[in-house]
Design a protein around this ligand. Structure first.
Ligand code: GUN
Ligand code: ZN
Length: 466
């Protein structure tokens, strides 16, 4: 390819074409890498991708570039030309992250889950009772995720209504795609950090749903968020399921993360057949439900997830860092359960989905070391989990997850030879080598531009200059 780089306007603007039609097309020219249902690693080389403000309109071979530009009256200021060290991938999707736990990222991983929650996590989340603190913390969270290439995030906020509204405001303001949830927890929680009554819980959740809807943003959605079965009563789980049904909302929670938690759930819900059964009987499982972890599931539970269409957010850094267990993702995928990746900050110490990709690969490799019959997940399959898999888990695979025509343009412009790049690339690297090196050795320094729904929401070069 012998193409020059033209950094034009942020978004295409309406213009006259040769035949007098007005178009708001913007073009990206170079190599694109994405996953489809049938192929985890599709490389579209020397391609012209056209977007009209939000959606992908076409993918054409580079030979048609001049013709496309003439037909639509597109000048170079509305074309992004990638060079040989650059390519585009779909935006990364974090299907499980705790925004108020960011101050603990990289800290306090010496305790197992239940003690970690009581000792570190609840006190940290409780600080979000202060709205000014939320205004200070949450912009940093969203900025960090955007620079890491996370175009869509499924957020647990705290149990505070005002601070959770602030998180929704900030996600909207910064142009990220996000599902935002006010955490619900009414029992087995410290007095300083729990909802006061079932009525209050339902009322505040409903107010939050209506608030997010009033923002009128197609990118920010509310998600009903019972923390996990041990901190919710049966009545609360049922009431929240009803609320989600009434408002056609997504639902998220934690499922089967550690063995002590399983025993506790059995004790708290003696009528249940399993942890999954608690959520199933309370009618929380459906195609718009995201369950984090799912490490210790039995066959019947996996069948229930598959039948209800609920997805699993695989959070491998967290699973290793607080020693919860090794999730057998191969088993879930082969059983037809939807799987995406999550960082689970601060149970996981990194807020980057690239890190989740690496931990997912290593978790799968570890399962193969322990059992030679286990078929490890190749890097390409894990790349699919980070993009299209995540989109399936949040039931948005009709809108995002790859570069299929008609989908919204959520994308990252990657440069393996960016200034300060941590990648040791070789001159004769193939495109597949470059994507592999980026996934395993790259970081935010290689993520040059981030697009959500066609809008540029992060530009590393612009940031570096300020
Ligand atoms: N289970 C209930 N709450 C949490 C949490 O905040 N993090 C993790 N990893 N598991 C949980
Ligand atoms: Zn979590």
């Amino acid at each position: 390819m012998d193409l020059h780089k033209a950094n034009g306007a942020e978004n295409g603007v309406g213009r006259e074409s040769q035949n007098g039609q007005v178009s708001d097309l913007r073009l990206f020219v170079g190599n694109f890498v994405h996953s489809t249902k049938s192929d985890p690693l599709v490389m579209l080389t020397d391609t012209v991708l056209g977007i009209s403000s939000v959606n992908i309109e076409f993918l054409e071979p580079i030979e048609k570039l001049d013709q496309i530009k003439a037909t639509y009256g597109i000048s170079d200021e509305d074309v992004t030309y990638m060079n040989d060290s650059q390519f585009m991938i779909p935006g990364l999707i974090d299907t499980h992250i705790h925004a108020p736990q960011f101050p603990n990222n990289g800290l306090k991983l010496n305790l197992p889950l239940l003690e970690w929650l009581q000792g570190y996590t609840f006190p940290t989340e409780a600080k979000l009772s202060d709205e000014s603190y939320a205004r200070q913390l949450y912009p940093r969270v969203v900025d960090r995720l955007l620079s890491n290439g996370t175009t869509t995030a499924c957020y647990f906020a705290s149990l505070h209504l005002p601070a959770t509204k602030i998180l929704a405001d900030i996600v909207k303001e910064k142009g990220q795609r996000g599902l935002v949830g006010k955490v619900s927890m009414i029992r087995n929680s410290p007095d300083y950090y729990r909802e006061r009554s079932l009525e209050e819980s339902v009322k505040e959740n409903e107010e939050f749903i209506l608030y997010v809807r009033s923002l009128n943003s197609p990118l920010v959605l509310p998600i009903v968020t019972p923390r996990f079965a041990p901190t919710c009563s049966q009545e609360q789980l049922e009431a929240l399921a009803q609320l989600a049904k009434n408002h056609q909302c997504h639902i998220q929670s934690h499922l089967s993360e550690t063995r002590p938690e399983l025993a506790w759930v059995k004790e708290l819900f003696p009528w249940s057949e399993s942890y999954t059964d608690v959520y199933h009987k309370c009618e929380l499982l459906g195609p718009k439900t995201v369950m984090a972890h799912g490490i210790w599931l039995d066959e019947a539970e996996i069948k229930t997830l598959k039948e209800t269409g609920a997805g699993i957010s695989h959070c491998p850094n967290s699973n290793m860092s607080i020693r919860s267990g090794l999730c057998n993702v191969r088993r879930l995928i082969d059983s037809g359960v939807k799987v995406g990746l999550g960082t689970d900050c601060s149970g996981g110490y990194s807020s980057s989905i690239l890190d989740s990709i690496r931990h997912a690969v290593q978790t799968s490799n570890t399962l193969t070391i322990l059992d030679g019959d286990h078929k490890h997940l190749p890097l390409s399959e894990v790349f699919r989990l980070a993009t299209l898999g995540g989109a399936e888990v949040i039931a948005m695979d009709d809108k995002i997850g790859n570069f299929e025509v008609g989908k919204e343009f959520d994308a990252l412009l990657i440069d393996v030879r960016a200034v300060d790049s941590p990648i040791d690339s070789e001159e004769n690297d193939t495109l597949e080598d470059r994507i592999q090196r980026f996934l395993l050795n790259g970081d935010d320094r290689n993520i040059m531009e981030v697009y959500v729904s066609g809008r540029k929401v992060h530009n590393r070069n612009a940031k570096r200059k300020t």
